[in-house]
Design a binder for this molecule. Sequence first.
Ligand SMILES: O=C(O)CCC(=O)C(=O)O
Length: 265
Amino acid sequence: MPQHSLNLALLQMDIAIGEPEANFNKLENMLEEAVTGSPKPDVIVFPEMWNTGYALERIQQLADENGERTDALLSAFSRKHGVNIVGGSIAEKKEDQIFNTIYVYDREGNKVADYSKIHLFRLMDEEKYLVSGDKIGSAHIDEVAAGVMICYDIRFPELARKLALGGAKVLFVPAEWPKPRLHHWRTLLTARAIENQMFVVACNRVGISGETDFFGHSMVIDPWGEAIAEGGENECIIRAEIHLDDVDRVRRTIPIFEDRRPSLY
Ligand SMILES: O=C(O)CCC(=O)C(=O)O
């Protein structure tokens, strides 16, 4: 029987650019804080590229080789604390290729899904240093069907729709989304929630890296488009409880999935 509610903890962290050691330490501290605080989370989420930040010119040296260090930490932590993890994303090195990849863990420490960002963000030169993934990301978290995507991916409504049509009721979005585009961030996340009648759980970073200033504003948005939690611009843990029945209720109220006309578009 699928779980009917999930307690979430979003680690809205600052990221030290090009310093995996500092970032692993920071993450471990915030993970401890997340599981010792109340309510204990069912799912912990963190931002995009949390291990290295956008140190793209040195990414070949800095990226996690086959994700081994990340896997060791997140697998052990999720098993020890019996918690699901949507592990932000990391710079992951496979042979000489670098991917921007999310790992998802269940409460037993099993890696149940991975997803490498499929839309690389040219404004931040991602396409010059990273290789895009070639599959979409979905997972079951305590039997709840979920989709995962990364940052710029939210500008592609087809992707969220495909995940929703595949059954997803919750969409997790690790991000490093900078100023000045707060209006885009909030609007696009809210639109993905409303049009797909799903929860959107988006975890952004805070802090300044070089000339780029990240505004945080991590959000949990319900299937009616209301923000039920939103961070400010400081490092913090954002907690929220989501009730999965809300998805079915909204989908019954305005049955867009029955009213679609895919033969016409
Ligand atoms: O689409 C945007 O405005 C921001 C995207 C971004 O920063 C990213 O994908 O890393």
